[in-house]
Design a protein around this ligand. Structure first.
Ligand SMILES: C[S@@+](CC[C@H](N)C(=O)[O-])C[C@H]1O[C@@H](n2cnc3c(N)ncnc32)[C@H](O)[C@@H]1O
Length: 294
């Protein structure tokens, strides 16, 4: 008698059998489970973006290929919903990042601006810095500095009426050209699933900053220390080619976060963007795939 075929359910791409770690309960504030949740969420949104891109490409013409891609996309979207979606991700991020960093990254930015005596200089002119805080989990991160910082917090999903629900990538370039004194991209570039969209984010930040304006960038440390495609030197070259001069940077071996402060300068006249237009393996071994493309 022929054996009955076993129908196994396809494993979720973030299930414990694949990641080796148990799924956290959405409400847990245990540091390792919040980190696991955040990683899982990133895996899911990256796969979702890949599948959406595949469906737009004419190369999958066969109906069954398209059908399989659509089904996988639906299943990924279900997994994202089951995890609680962007809302839960934001909640877990605010808990997890508090644990990892001992507070928000605004402290680092404020510390650096103080080193450059920016508050004192603004005081003399009665001016205030116009800050665009992209990816704001809280509305009042800069409230203590309201005398010299006029903050506009935005996010894909607003958690407070004062946070504008807005995709930075969809802001009007014309309306924002040279408008901002500071743009903060803290843990936002790594959230964006498509490497080209990450590059676009940095290019847009350049367009939207006034000349000499500041870009504050924060990334998880493994993005530069343990990526196949990104090293601190590669990031430095990429930023220079975009017209950013590094003023400060901070991370420590074994730490979790890396921070940079750049100043907008002129775009180099003989810049070469070729090295940043496709993925190049810079390190081999067991690495992550973080990459920024232009
Ligand atoms: C990990 S949280 C970072 C929050 C905070 N900036 C911090 O440093 O803790 C990333 C946030 O960026 C937001 N985000 C990602 N892409 C964005 C975009 N294109 N425009 C606006 N917000 C974005 C997400 O919705 C999410 O709330």
């Amino acid at each position: 008698m022929p054996k009955a075929k076993k129908h196994r359910r396809k494993a979720s791409i973030t299930s414990s059998s694949l990641t080796g770690v148990p799924l956290p309960s959405g409400s847990s504030s245990n540091p390792s489970s919040t980190r696991t949740f955040i990683r899982q969420f990133h895996v899911l949104i990256k796969r979702k973006a890949q599948l959406q891109r595949l469906l737009e490409e004419p190369r999958i013409r066969k109906f069954d290929e398209q059908d399989a891609t659509r089904k996988e996309l639906a299943s990924i979207e279900r997994e994202i919903t089951n995890l609680g979606g962007l809302e839960t991700y934001q909640r877990m991020s605010s808990i997890g990042q508090g644990n990892d960093r001992g507070g928000g990254s605004e402290k680092v930015l404020i510390g650096w601006l103080n080193e450059f005596s920016e508050p004192q200089r603004l005081c003399e002119t009665n001016g205030r810095f116009k800050l665009l805080e992209v990816g704001a989990l809280k509305h009042d991160n800069y409230a203590a500095h309201a005398s010299w910082i006029d903050n506009t917090p935005i996010d894909l999903h607003s958690r407070h009426p004062s946070i504008k629900e807005q995709d930075f990538l969809l802001l009007s370039e014309d309306q924002n050209r040279s408008k901002w004194d500071i743009i903060s991209l803290s843990l936002v570039v790594n959230f964006v699933p498509e490497p080209k969209h990450r590059g676009r984010m940095l290019q847009l930040a350049h367009t939207m900053l006034r000349s000499d304006g500041y870009l504050f960038l924060a990334l998880p440390l493994p993005c530069i220390l343990n990526s196949r495609y990104m090293t601190p030197e590669h990031l430095q070259d990429l930023m220079q080619n975009l017209g950013f001069t590094q003023m400060r940077s901070r991370w420590k071996e074994g730490g979790k976060m890396a921070y940079w402060l750049y100043k907008k300068t002129a775009i180099p006249s003989h810049r070469n963007l070729m090295p940043y237009q496709k993925k190049t393996v810079l390190r081999t071994g067991n690495r992550n795939n973080f990459c920024i493309l232009l």
